[in-house]
Design a protein around this ligand. Structure first.
Ligand SMILES: NC(=O)c1ccc[n+]([C@@H]2O[C@H](COP(=O)([O-])OP(=O)(O)OC[C@H]3O[C@@H](n4cnc5c(N)ncnc54)[C@H](OP(=O)(O)O)[C@@H]3O)[C@@H](O)[C@H]2O)c1
Length: 259
């Protein structure tokens, strides 16, 4: 039976690079994102270059039923997913009170609820087989409250804490759960979140390097990785400084400049 790596958010940025590295390692892929055209472009390059099977599923993970629909489709096709990579996610920058409750919930559905549902569904067959891997992409934003990016940062704190707990639970069944926290990375993230990338305190990493670090963390069965030494220092500082300082510094970085 052919085994697949399922990657969400594979139409660009970090997810596309994870797909590329996985294909280079000979993995067959199931790619998920909303933009079918971009997914097909990524898939066609990978099929041509690395001779792997690549299936494209255009789903919006902000829809509450998307995870169960993806799982049913995978089961019906008898695709055996031995690695699940939850990478899809996005941020909403600006005053929390300027976003509607629906905008916030739509983001949290994608960043948290669909991720949890995919972990829940796909971990069952992994547990039965006694092997498998789950990689969740959080963020260094997980380590502090961030004004003007409040629920995004909180959603990533959820992903990080959920993942390290799941790592401890699932290792007894032969399933590895790993979480990678990237810092600022040069992708479309900033445009979608409407964050000014020039205001970031440290240099942006390339999505290629983040993808490599994340996969390396999964392969070496690490519960948690932080991509980039300067991001690791930033995280260390957030852990030793009083939270008021972390929140103040974050506010200076993420406060929209026209305020
Ligand atoms: N870039 C950074 O500075 C940074 C830092 C820390 C953590 N991260 C995290 O890294 C992950 C990848 O982000 P990125 O930087 O690569 O951003 P990106 O270039 O904007 O890519 C995001 C990917 O997620 C997909 N996606 C977004 N919303 C979706 C939805 N509702 N349903 C299905 N797919 C969706 C996008 O595809 P479609 O648009 O085709 O749906 C795209 O493939 C995210 O979880 C992000 O929070 C990024």
């Amino acid at each position: 039976m052919i085994s697949y790596t399922l990657i969400t958010g594979a139409s660009g940025g970090i997810g596309e690079q994870i797909a590329l590295l996985s294909a280079q390692r000979g993995k067959h892929l199931i790619l998920v994102a909303r933009n079918k055209q971009k997914l097909e472009q990524v898939a066609s390059n990978l099929r041509d270059s690395y001779n792997v099977f690549v299936h494209c599923l255009d789903y919006d993970l902000s829809h509450p039923n998307s995870a169960t629909e993806i799982y049913s489709l995978v089961q019906n096709n008898m695709w055996n997913v031995d690695v699940l990579i939850n990478n899809a996610g996005y941020g909403l920058n600006g005053l929390f009170s300027s976003h509607s409750a629906e905008e916030e919930n739509t983001m949290l559905q994608c960043n948290i609820n669909s991720l949890v549902a995919l972990c829940s569904l796909f971990s069952q067959p992994m547990i039965q087989r006694g092997k498998g891997g789950i990689l969740n992409i959080a963020s260094t934003a997980a380590y502090t409250g961030i004004p003007y990016l409040a629920s995004y940062a909180a959603s990533k704190a959820f992903v990080k804490n959920f993942s390290v707990a799941l790592h401890a639970e699932l290792k007894q069944f032969g399933v590895t759960v790993s979480c990678c926290c990237p810092g600022g990375t040069a992708t479309n993230f900033f445009d979608r979140a409407k964050v000014d990338r020039s205001s970031m305190a440290v240099p942006l990493q390339s999505p290629e390097i983040v993808a490599f670090t994340a996969l390396e963390g999964l392969e070496s069965k690490k519960a948690l990785t932080i991509s980039g030494w300067y991001n690791a220092i930033m995280v260390f500082l957030t852990r030793i400084l009083p939270y008021q300082i972390n929140v103040y510094v974050s506010e200076q970085i993420f406060k929209p400049k026209n305020k």
